[in-house]
Design a protein. Structure first.
Length: 417
């Protein structure tokens, strides 16, 4: 069975740090190490962070590699595996209070301590289960602020409020990265993220019913916070340094009243440092299969990468195989697959899209600005890009850095016989 503690076997230990900025600083200063914090000051639980450090870790967690990744994920997506309900689960072995959990303060002006690796699960009478990741601000010993952007959980909460009801939720903290990836994936409304997790992990995800709410949670979660999003209640949430490393402003956001906290024996709290590689990769990498699928409708796409330089969100590189391809259509479909993308570069599959130097080589030798740049003015931009207009409009550019058909001879690299 796959869980967090099994995955982090090789973590480096650090003793005696505080949840107030010290652990966040250690995570920031050691981006290439998974860190296990023991003897955390004032807390009885251990903390782990930088669980995923780079793309290779996510490939490994999913049992794949850079070449097979997109196809493997799309295959899992097409073959969901229903979770299995168990009666007894490690995540319910013991109980504690919200204040016993070593929640981190990350950045100087954050509005408080934030839970950043919590998978929030809820049910809707029509749409079934939803699992998604939300930042959670600790208001007091039994209340959490939850930032909900207009997606699935937002809809569940809106519908519950329309019925005049609280929305029961459970928050799982500390799970295997393949499950965390599934909860980050955002499949269409009604598609159960836990079934995607089962397909990605190669066995049904074991879930257990919560004690105080009618929601199931992964049986091997380190911590589970049960509660309800209160009907009609809003409270100031933020500021919070989000994915770009700049502060997201204070908003009136829903409030969760906590009804119970359970945990595994010797539970490990999972921290996730906002704006760094782990945060960006879990946001960006699930978009790559989406872009692939969209482009595959019009061209023989080989691979897709949202690059580190584009913060795994704003810049894409796409490689194409041989065959019929209309580059304008490829670019249109790429932007449709990931509407937040601002620049996309199309290359042939002799270019290594994960190597920025190789991509620059394609730009230097295969691209002419007057002929190969496709400019889209006045598009809806990403709120994460500070260079967009005040009203959030942006210019997108698609770049054709492929070799023109029939010219392969002229563009080929010279070889020594
Ligand atoms: Mn969903």
């Amino acid at each position: 069975m796959k869980d967090l503690r099994g995955y982090i076997g090789r973590a480096m230990e650090m003793k005696g740090l505080s949840v107030d900025f010290e652990i966040a600083r250690a995570l920031c200063e050691n981006p290439d190490k998974t860190l296990l914090f023991t003897e955390v000051r004032d807390y009885g639980f251990r903390v782990v962070g930088n669980v995923v450090r780079n793309r290779a870790d996510i490939y490994q967690a999913l049992g794949t590699d850079s070449r097979r990744y997109i196809r493997d994920v799309l295959k899992a997506y097409d073959n969901p595996v229903e979770p299995a309900v168990v009666e007894k689960a490690p995540c319910q072995e013991e109980e504690c209070s919200l204040y016993d959990i070593p929640v981190l303060r990350h950045f100087e002006k954050d509005g408080g301590p934030f839970i950043t690796a919590g998978i929030v699960t809820a049910k809707d009478p029509e749409h079934g289960r939803n699992a998604s990741i939300h930042r959670l601000m600790v208001h007091d010993d039994n209340r959490l602020g939850i930032r909900i952007v207009p997606r699935h959980l937002f809809e569940y909460h809106r519908r519950a409020e329309e019925r005049g009801e609280d929305l029961e939720v459970a928050i799982s903290i500390g799970v295997h990265p393949a499950l965390f990836y599934a909860a980050s994936y955002s499949p269409p409304l009604g598609y159960d993220e836990f079934a995607l997790a089962g397909a990605l992990m190669g066995h049904p995800l074991e879930v257990v019913r919560c004690r105080t709410v009618d929601v199931e949670v992964p049986a091997l979660s380190e911590f589970v916070i049960e509660g309800r999003i209160l009907c009609g209640e809003r409270r100031s949430e933020g500021p919070f340094a989000d994915v770009t490393g700049t502060y997201d402003r204070v908003r009136q956001e829903p409030v969760i009243e906590v009804t119970k906290v359970t945990h595994r024996k010797d539970a490990i709290y999972q921290a996730l440092l906002p704006s760094r590689a782990e945060h960006r990769l879990f946001m960006g990498m699930p978009q790559e299969p989406r872009i692939f699928k969209s482009v595959a409708e019009v061209a023989p796409v080989k691979n897709v990468c949202l690059t580190d330089g584009g913060r795994n969100w704003l810049h894409g590189v796409i490689s194409l195989g041989k065959g019929e391809r209309d580059i304008k259509k490829v670019i249109d479909h790429a932007f449709a697959g990931h509407p937040s993308m601002k620049h996309v570069i199309i290359v042939d599959d002799d270019i290594d899209i994960f190597d920025p130097v190789d991509v620059e080589f394609a730009l230097a030798t295969r691209f002419q600005g007057h002929r190969d740049a496709y400019i889209y003015r006045d598009m809806r931009g990403s709120t994460l890009d500070p260079s967009t207009d005040e009203d959030g409009r942006t210019t997108k550019v698609g770049i054709d850095a492929t070799i023109p058909a029939g010219r392969e001879e002229d563009y080929g690299s010279a070889k020594i016989p």
